[in-house]
Design a protein around this ligand. Structure first.
Ligand code: PEP
Length: 247
């Protein structure tokens, strides 16, 4: 039985003081110990959010990190900085980073390995464009992303990773994938993981769906056999996030 994960991706929203207020507003309502609750927040919000979330069930995640531990990489944040600040999860390869910051599969694989080395749980994002879906290449495209992300990662380490399937056309558009579409791809990702590793390992890795998840569609999505929770963007900034956590 896989434990569900409900992760919020705040993206580039919330100043530090707004972030603390949001945690304080949400913390009692997301106190569902039956699921893992993760708030992935902008780098500048990490320290105050860790402080505000002390004594709660909220895990704090980063939205990105660099692949080196320290040095002349102006503007970057290292995995050890995240760990020292109290971060447990890190989003890797969100489609916005792939698109706007040109992060490719090879670089993202380095990030996955670096996160694992520092015992951070990578939330590895994958997903197709609308064009790819219409061309009928979704499953092969996503398989390529998964194979690349897990290149050189052992089965034991893969157990401490999370996949988030996020069709790009459903992110921030209000256009949610149907439960059938979401389940089809998540089941296919599990098969890909089975091919890379084995049935047992693949059956233990959590696979989330992301893309316009809200309080009304979460329960149906999360009831699917291969969907182990959600990565939530827009709705993670609202009181509605509690409804998703308590789906
Ligand atoms: C996301 O950014 O990961 C996301 C899924 O966004 P939204 O829920 O707003 O579609």
């Amino acid at each position: 039985m896989r434990r569900k994960v409900i992760a919020g991706n705040w993206k580039m929203n919330m100043t530090p003081s707004e972030a603390v207020k949001l945690v304080n507003d949400l913390k009692d309502n997301v106190a569902n110990t039956a699921v893992d609750v993760v708030f992935c927040v902008p780098a500048i919000d990490i320290v105050p959010v860790v402080e505000a979330a002390k004594g709660t069930n909220i895990c704090v995640g980063a939205e990105n990190m660099y692949i080196e531990e320290k040095g002349a990489y102006t503007g970057e944040i290292s995995p050890n900085m995240l760990v020292d600040a109290g971060v447990s999860h890190v989003i890797i390869g969100h489609s916005e980073r792939r698109q706007y910051f040109k992060e490719d599969d090879e670089f993202l694989n380095k990030k996955v390995k670096k996160a694992i080395e520092h015992k951070l749980i990578p939330i590895i994002c994958c997903g197709e464009t609308l064009e790819q879906r219409e061309e009928g290449v979704t499953l092969t495209f996503v398989k390529g992303q998964i194979k690349a992300a897990y290149e050189g990662v052992s089965a034991a380490d893969a157990l401490n990773t999370i996949v988030a399937y996020e069709p790009i056309w459903a992110i921030g558009t209000g256009k949610v994938a149907t439960t059938e579409q979401a389940e089809e791809v998540c089941a296919s990702i599990r098969k890909d993981l089975e091919e890379i590793y084995d049935t047992d390992t693949a059956s233990k890795i959590r696979i989330l769906y992301g893309g316009s998840v809200n309080g009304s569609n979460a329960a149906e999505l999360f009831a699917q056999e291969n969907i182990d929770g959600g990565l939530v963007g827009g709705a993670s900034l609202k009181p509605e996030f509690a409804n998703i956590v308590n789906y």
